[in-house]
Design a protein around this ligand. Structure first.
Ligand SMILES: [Zn+2]
Length: 303
Protein backbone atom coordinates (compact mmCIF):
# COMPACT_ATOMS: atom_id res chain seq x y z
CA UNK A 1 0.00 0.00 0.00
CA UNK A 2 1.20 3.46 -0.73
CA UNK A 3 1.14 6.17 1.86
CA UNK A 4 1.50 9.65 0.68
CA UNK A 5 4.66 11.45 1.74
CA UNK A 6 5.80 14.99 1.20
CA UNK A 7 6.33 16.69 -2.13
CA UNK A 8 9.75 16.97 -3.63
CA UNK A 9 10.92 19.44 -6.21
CA UNK A 10 11.47 23.13 -6.06
CA UNK A 11 9.56 26.28 -6.82
CA UNK A 12 6.23 25.06 -5.56
CA UNK A 13 3.38 27.56 -5.59
CA UNK A 14 0.16 27.60 -3.66
CA UNK A 15 -1.68 26.62 -6.80
CA UNK A 16 0.84 23.88 -7.36
CA UNK A 17 0.17 22.60 -3.87
CA UNK A 18 -3.54 22.36 -4.53
CA UNK A 19 -2.97 20.54 -7.78
CA UNK A 20 -0.49 18.25 -6.11
CA UNK A 21 -3.00 17.53 -3.37
CA UNK A 22 -5.47 16.46 -6.02
CA UNK A 23 -2.72 14.23 -7.38
CA UNK A 24 -2.23 12.78 -3.93
CA UNK A 25 -5.88 11.81 -3.81
CA UNK A 26 -5.40 10.01 -7.10
CA UNK A 27 -2.46 8.14 -5.65
CA UNK A 28 -4.38 7.16 -2.56
CA UNK A 29 -7.32 5.98 -4.61
CA UNK A 30 -4.90 3.49 -6.10
CA UNK A 31 -4.15 1.88 -2.72
CA UNK A 32 -5.26 -1.67 -2.21
CA UNK A 33 -6.94 -2.96 0.92
CA UNK A 34 -8.28 -0.91 3.80
CA UNK A 35 -7.10 2.66 4.04
CA UNK A 36 -4.10 3.15 6.27
CA UNK A 37 -4.95 4.65 9.60
CA UNK A 38 -3.94 8.02 10.91
CA UNK A 39 -1.40 8.87 8.27
CA UNK A 40 -3.79 8.94 5.35
CA UNK A 41 -6.68 10.29 7.32
CA UNK A 42 -4.69 13.20 8.60
CA UNK A 43 -3.78 14.05 5.05
CA UNK A 44 -7.18 13.72 3.48
CA UNK A 45 -10.24 15.41 4.83
CA UNK A 46 -12.74 13.87 4.95
CA UNK A 47 -11.23 10.36 5.13
CA UNK A 48 -11.49 8.32 1.95
CA UNK A 49 -14.51 6.05 1.70
CA UNK A 50 -13.94 2.41 0.98
CA UNK A 51 -14.78 2.00 -2.67
CA UNK A 52 -14.30 -0.61 -5.34
CA UNK A 53 -10.86 0.24 -6.58
CA UNK A 54 -9.69 -0.57 -10.05
CA UNK A 55 -6.32 -2.26 -10.33
CA UNK A 56 -3.85 0.60 -10.54
CA UNK A 57 -2.05 1.02 -13.81
CA UNK A 58 0.92 3.09 -14.91
CA UNK A 59 -1.11 6.29 -15.12
CA UNK A 60 -1.98 6.41 -11.44
CA UNK A 61 0.98 8.57 -10.50
CA UNK A 62 0.79 12.05 -11.87
CA UNK A 63 3.62 14.13 -10.48
CA UNK A 64 3.67 17.59 -11.98
CA UNK A 65 6.22 18.35 -14.66
CA UNK A 66 9.63 19.03 -13.20
CA UNK A 67 8.63 17.77 -9.78
CA UNK A 68 8.81 14.53 -7.94
CA UNK A 69 6.63 12.90 -5.33
CA UNK A 70 7.96 11.20 -2.22
CA UNK A 71 5.87 8.13 -1.50
CA UNK A 72 6.19 5.99 1.60
CA UNK A 73 5.63 2.37 0.63
CA UNK A 74 5.56 1.14 4.22
CA UNK A 75 7.90 0.36 7.08
CA UNK A 76 10.77 -1.98 7.79
CA UNK A 77 10.81 -4.50 10.65
CA UNK A 78 12.25 -1.80 12.92
CA UNK A 79 9.75 0.77 11.71
CA UNK A 80 11.96 2.77 9.37
CA UNK A 81 10.12 4.24 6.39
CA UNK A 82 10.77 2.68 3.01
CA UNK A 83 10.13 5.42 0.50
CA UNK A 84 10.44 5.95 -3.19
CA UNK A 85 10.72 9.13 -5.19
CA UNK A 86 8.59 9.25 -8.32
CA UNK A 87 9.44 11.47 -11.28
CA UNK A 88 7.48 12.15 -14.44
CA UNK A 89 4.64 10.35 -16.09
CA UNK A 90 4.20 8.41 -19.25
CA UNK A 91 3.81 4.95 -20.71
CA UNK A 92 7.17 3.71 -19.44
CA UNK A 93 7.79 3.00 -15.77
CA UNK A 94 11.40 2.50 -14.75
CA UNK A 95 12.26 1.27 -11.26
CA UNK A 96 15.81 1.97 -10.10
CA UNK A 97 16.55 0.66 -6.63
CA UNK A 98 19.43 0.04 -4.25
CA UNK A 99 20.26 -1.12 -0.77
CA UNK A 100 18.33 -4.38 -0.59
CA UNK A 101 21.58 -5.69 0.88
CA UNK A 102 22.49 -3.38 3.73
CA UNK A 103 26.21 -4.02 3.44
CA UNK A 104 26.27 -2.60 -0.12
CA UNK A 105 25.78 1.14 0.36
CA UNK A 106 27.31 2.59 -2.82
CA UNK A 107 24.15 2.06 -4.86
CA UNK A 108 22.11 4.11 -2.42
CA UNK A 109 24.39 7.12 -2.93
CA UNK A 110 24.26 6.61 -6.68
CA UNK A 111 20.45 6.54 -6.77
CA UNK A 112 20.36 9.75 -4.74
CA UNK A 113 22.70 11.37 -7.23
CA UNK A 114 20.38 10.27 -10.03
CA UNK A 115 17.47 11.94 -8.22
CA UNK A 116 19.35 15.22 -8.18
CA UNK A 117 20.21 14.85 -11.84
CA UNK A 118 16.58 14.25 -12.81
CA UNK A 119 15.51 17.40 -10.99
CA UNK A 120 18.00 19.36 -13.07
CA UNK A 121 17.19 17.54 -16.32
CA UNK A 122 13.42 17.19 -16.53
CA UNK A 123 13.69 16.61 -20.28
CA UNK A 124 14.67 13.04 -19.40
CA UNK A 125 11.20 12.51 -17.95
CA UNK A 126 9.46 12.90 -21.28
CA UNK A 127 7.13 9.92 -21.64
CA UNK A 128 8.61 8.22 -18.60
CA UNK A 129 7.81 7.67 -14.99
CA UNK A 130 10.88 6.91 -12.94
CA UNK A 131 10.59 5.36 -9.50
CA UNK A 132 13.71 5.64 -7.38
CA UNK A 133 14.01 3.44 -4.29
CA UNK A 134 17.37 4.17 -2.67
CA UNK A 135 16.96 2.16 0.55
CA UNK A 136 15.13 -1.12 0.09
CA UNK A 137 16.54 -2.47 3.38
CA UNK A 138 16.96 0.54 5.68
CA UNK A 139 17.52 -1.51 8.85
CA UNK A 140 20.30 -3.43 7.14
CA UNK A 141 21.86 -0.23 5.82
CA UNK A 142 21.93 1.32 9.30
CA UNK A 143 23.51 -1.83 10.71
CA UNK A 144 25.84 -2.33 7.74
CA UNK A 145 24.50 -5.87 7.38
CA UNK A 146 23.41 -7.71 4.25
CA UNK A 147 20.26 -9.09 5.89
CA UNK A 148 17.22 -7.45 7.38
CA UNK A 149 17.03 -7.23 11.15
CA UNK A 150 15.52 -10.73 11.35
CA UNK A 151 18.54 -12.15 9.57
CA UNK A 152 16.77 -12.78 6.27
CA UNK A 153 18.39 -12.08 2.90
CA UNK A 154 15.60 -10.06 1.31
CA UNK A 155 16.95 -10.80 -2.15
CA UNK A 156 16.20 -14.50 -1.55
CA UNK A 157 12.72 -13.95 -0.13
CA UNK A 158 10.71 -13.44 -3.32
CA UNK A 159 8.12 -15.94 -4.58
CA UNK A 160 10.16 -17.20 -7.50
CA UNK A 161 9.80 -20.85 -8.48
CA UNK A 162 13.37 -21.44 -7.29
CA UNK A 163 12.73 -20.13 -3.75
CA UNK A 164 14.72 -22.25 -1.31
CA UNK A 165 13.40 -22.46 2.23
CA UNK A 166 16.53 -22.19 4.32
CA UNK A 167 16.69 -19.95 7.36
CA UNK A 168 18.58 -17.10 5.64
CA UNK A 169 15.89 -16.93 2.94
CA UNK A 170 13.00 -16.67 5.37
CA UNK A 171 10.46 -19.34 6.32
CA UNK A 172 8.41 -18.68 3.18
CA UNK A 173 8.38 -16.28 0.23
CA UNK A 174 7.51 -12.72 1.19
CA UNK A 175 7.78 -13.49 4.90
CA UNK A 176 9.45 -10.10 5.43
CA UNK A 177 7.76 -6.69 5.32
CA UNK A 178 10.53 -5.25 3.15
CA UNK A 179 10.12 -7.85 0.40
CA UNK A 180 6.32 -7.58 0.59
CA UNK A 181 6.55 -3.85 -0.04
CA UNK A 182 8.64 -4.43 -3.12
CA UNK A 183 6.26 -7.09 -4.37
CA UNK A 184 3.36 -4.66 -3.97
CA UNK A 185 5.30 -2.05 -5.88
CA UNK A 186 5.79 -4.47 -8.78
CA UNK A 187 2.17 -5.55 -8.73
CA UNK A 188 0.71 -2.09 -8.62
CA UNK A 189 3.06 -0.28 -10.93
CA UNK A 190 4.30 -2.94 -13.32
CA UNK A 191 7.68 -1.49 -14.20
CA UNK A 192 8.75 -1.61 -17.83
CA UNK A 193 12.25 -2.35 -16.63
CA UNK A 194 14.15 -2.58 -13.34
CA UNK A 195 17.69 -1.76 -12.29
CA UNK A 196 18.89 -3.02 -8.90
CA UNK A 197 22.25 -1.86 -7.57
CA UNK A 198 24.48 -4.19 -5.58
CA UNK A 199 28.13 -4.76 -4.68
CA UNK A 200 30.84 -6.12 -4.86
CA UNK A 201 31.00 -8.43 -7.91
CA UNK A 202 32.05 -5.76 -10.41
CA UNK A 203 29.81 -6.70 -13.32
CA UNK A 204 26.47 -6.18 -14.98
CA UNK A 205 24.15 -9.16 -14.69
CA UNK A 206 20.60 -9.53 -15.94
CA UNK A 207 17.50 -11.71 -15.72
CA UNK A 208 14.52 -11.99 -18.00
CA UNK A 209 14.43 -10.26 -21.38
CA UNK A 210 17.09 -7.74 -20.43
CA UNK A 211 20.11 -8.67 -22.54
CA UNK A 212 19.91 -5.55 -24.70
CA UNK A 213 19.27 -3.28 -21.75
CA UNK A 214 22.24 -4.80 -19.94
CA UNK A 215 24.43 -4.33 -23.02
CA UNK A 216 23.36 -0.69 -23.35
CA UNK A 217 24.27 -0.05 -19.72
CA UNK A 218 27.59 -1.90 -19.96
CA UNK A 219 28.50 0.21 -22.98
CA UNK A 220 28.39 3.27 -20.76
CA UNK A 221 30.64 2.15 -17.92
CA UNK A 222 33.63 -0.04 -17.23
CA UNK A 223 31.65 -2.93 -15.71
CA UNK A 224 31.73 -6.07 -17.86
CA UNK A 225 28.62 -8.03 -18.78
CA UNK A 226 28.52 -11.26 -16.84
CA UNK A 227 25.62 -13.69 -16.43
CA UNK A 228 25.75 -14.82 -12.81
CA UNK A 229 22.80 -17.19 -13.06
CA UNK A 230 19.45 -17.15 -11.32
CA UNK A 231 19.72 -16.97 -7.55
CA UNK A 232 17.02 -18.71 -5.50
CA UNK A 233 14.16 -16.43 -4.56
CA UNK A 234 15.97 -13.37 -5.87
CA UNK A 235 14.30 -10.32 -7.32
CA UNK A 236 15.97 -11.19 -10.61
CA UNK A 237 14.47 -14.68 -10.60
CA UNK A 238 11.05 -13.36 -9.65
CA UNK A 239 10.71 -10.17 -11.68
CA UNK A 240 12.88 -11.23 -14.60
CA UNK A 241 12.25 -14.91 -15.09
CA UNK A 242 8.74 -15.26 -13.69
CA UNK A 243 7.10 -11.90 -14.40
CA UNK A 244 9.05 -11.29 -17.60
CA UNK A 245 10.20 -7.80 -16.58
CA UNK A 246 13.65 -6.91 -17.90
CA UNK A 247 15.87 -6.53 -14.83
CA UNK A 248 19.52 -5.62 -14.64
CA UNK A 249 21.57 -6.26 -11.52
CA UNK A 250 24.47 -3.85 -11.36
CA UNK A 251 27.26 -5.20 -9.20
CA UNK A 252 29.47 -2.25 -8.35
CA UNK A 253 32.94 -3.07 -7.04
CA UNK A 254 33.49 -3.24 -3.29
CA UNK A 255 35.80 -0.23 -3.60
CA UNK A 256 32.83 1.87 -4.71
CA UNK A 257 31.96 2.26 -1.02
CA UNK A 258 35.01 4.49 -0.66
CA UNK A 259 33.98 6.85 -3.47
CA UNK A 260 32.21 10.10 -2.78
CA UNK A 261 28.73 10.56 -4.27
CA UNK A 262 30.24 12.87 -6.90
CA UNK A 263 32.86 10.29 -7.81
CA UNK A 264 30.24 7.55 -8.01
CA UNK A 265 28.14 9.69 -10.30
CA UNK A 266 31.09 10.57 -12.50
CA UNK A 267 31.92 6.89 -12.92
CA UNK A 268 28.48 5.31 -13.13
CA UNK A 269 25.96 8.08 -13.76
CA UNK A 270 25.93 7.66 -17.50
CA UNK A 271 25.27 3.94 -17.10
CA UNK A 272 22.13 4.72 -15.10
CA UNK A 273 21.05 7.33 -17.62
CA UNK A 274 21.43 4.72 -20.35
CA UNK A 275 18.88 2.62 -18.46
CA UNK A 276 16.55 5.61 -18.14
CA UNK A 277 16.52 6.46 -21.84
CA UNK A 278 16.80 2.91 -23.18
CA UNK A 279 14.45 2.27 -26.05
CA UNK A 280 13.75 -1.41 -26.62
CA UNK A 281 12.12 -0.78 -30.00
CA UNK A 282 15.08 0.92 -31.51
CA UNK A 283 17.81 -0.24 -29.17
CA UNK A 284 18.66 3.42 -29.32
CA UNK A 285 19.87 4.63 -25.95
CA UNK A 286 22.77 6.45 -27.55
CA UNK A 287 20.92 9.19 -29.48
CA UNK A 288 19.03 10.25 -26.37
CA UNK A 289 22.30 10.68 -24.52
CA UNK A 290 23.89 12.86 -27.16
CA UNK A 291 25.28 16.02 -25.70
CA UNK A 292 26.32 14.38 -22.44
CA UNK A 293 30.01 13.80 -21.84
CA UNK A 294 31.26 10.21 -21.95
CA UNK A 295 31.23 7.92 -18.95
CA UNK A 296 33.64 8.91 -16.25
CA UNK A 297 33.72 12.50 -17.40
CA UNK A 298 30.47 13.92 -16.13
CA UNK A 299 31.61 17.26 -14.75
CA UNK A 300 30.30 18.48 -11.44
CA UNK A 301 28.27 21.26 -13.04
CA UNK A 302 26.42 18.77 -15.26
CA UNK A 303 25.48 16.50 -12.43
ZN1 LIG B 1 23.80 -7.63 -3.10
Amino acid sequence: MFHRGSHGGAGRTAVGCRIALAGACLVLSGCRGPGGPAYEQSYMSPPAREVERPRPGPARYTPLAGRSEEVELGRSVQGRPISCQVFGQGPETILIMAGIHGSEPAGTSLVRELAGYLVRHPELLDGRRIILLPEANPDGLVAGRRFNVRGVDLNRNFPASNFAAVSRHGPRPLSEPESRLLDSLLEQHRPTRIVSLHQPLNCIDWDGPADRLAAAMAADCDLPLRKLGAQPGSLGSYAGNMLGIPIVTVELPGSASRLSPAELWARYGRMLLAAVVFDERENAAKPALRGLPPAGLLPAQAR
